[in-house]
Design a protein around this ligand. Structure first.
Ligand code: PGA
Length: 250
């Protein structure tokens, strides 16, 4: 049995004051929830938000991470620094990192390995662009991203990996994949993990869907056999929207 995992990616939104206010609202509103909940504020708000979620059922995530532990990497934030402020999980390979900031599978894989070796959990994001889907290549693209992203990751480390399937054309567009199409891709991801690792690892892997998840479509998506959670962007920015998504089954 897989425990649902709902994560909010706040992207480049919220000052420290705004972030702490939202974190406080969420801590109160979600105190009784039994699914797994994560919020990923911007780096500048991590420390203050960490103080608010400490000891609650909300875990603290980061949106990205450097590929090295320390050194001359202007503008980067290391896994050690993230752990220092209470982060336990990091989002890697988000489509905005891939397609706006040019991160390639090789770099993402380096970050995944480093995060795991530093004891952080990883949400590895994968997903095809619309041209790739229209050309019938969606599965091929996702398979490559998974194989390359998880290169040299041991079976033992797979318990610390969540995969988020986020079709690029659905992110921030208001267009969601149909629950059927999303479920098909999630089943394909599970098949890929079975081939790379084992049926047991594939069966326990949490696979989130991301891309315009809203209160009005979360239940339908989450009802699908292979959809175990959601990675939420825009709708994670207010308690009004994020709370009903976490409570999709109420
Ligand atoms: P969205 O973003 O919910 O605003 O589409 C999802 C994501 O990028 O993780």
């Amino acid at each position: 049995m897989r425990t649902s995992f709902i994560a909010g990616n706040w992207k480049m939104h919220k000052t420290v004051g705004e972030a702490t206010a939202l974190a406080k609202e969420l801590v109160t509103a979600l105190a009784k929830e039994t699914c797994r909940i994560m919020i990923a504020p911007p780096f500048t708000a991590l420390l203050e938000v960490s103080k608010i979620v400490k000891g609650t059922n909300i875990v603290l995530g980061a949106q990205n991470m450097a590929q090295e532990v320390q050194g001359a990497h202007t503008g980067e934030v290391s896994p050690v620094m993230l752990k220092d402020v209470g982060v336990t999980i990091v989002i890697l390979g988000h489509s905005e990192r891939r397609h706006v900031y040019g991160e390639k599978d090789e770099l993402i894989n380096k970050k995944v390995k480093l995060a795991l070796s530093e004891g952080l959990e990883v949400i590895l994001c994968v997903g095809e662009k619309i041209e790739e889907r229209n050309a019938g290549n969606a599965e091929k693209v996702v398979e490559e991203q998974i194989k390359n992203g998880l290169k040299d990751i041991s079976p033992q480390h797979m318990k610390n990996i969540t995969i988020a399937y986020e079709p690029v054309w659905a992110i921030g567009t208001g267009v969601t994949a149909t629950p059927e199409d999303a479920d098909d891709m999630h089943a394909f991801i599970r098949k890929t993990i079975t081939a790379l690792y084992s049926p047991e690892i594939a069966e326990t892997l949490i696979i989130q869907y991301g891309g315009s998840v809203k209160p009005n479509n979360a239940k339908e998506l989450m009802a699908k056999a292979n959809i175990d959670g959601a990675l939420v962007g825009g709708a994670a920015l207010t308690a009004d929207q994020f709370v009903p998504i976490v409570q999709y089954d109420k």
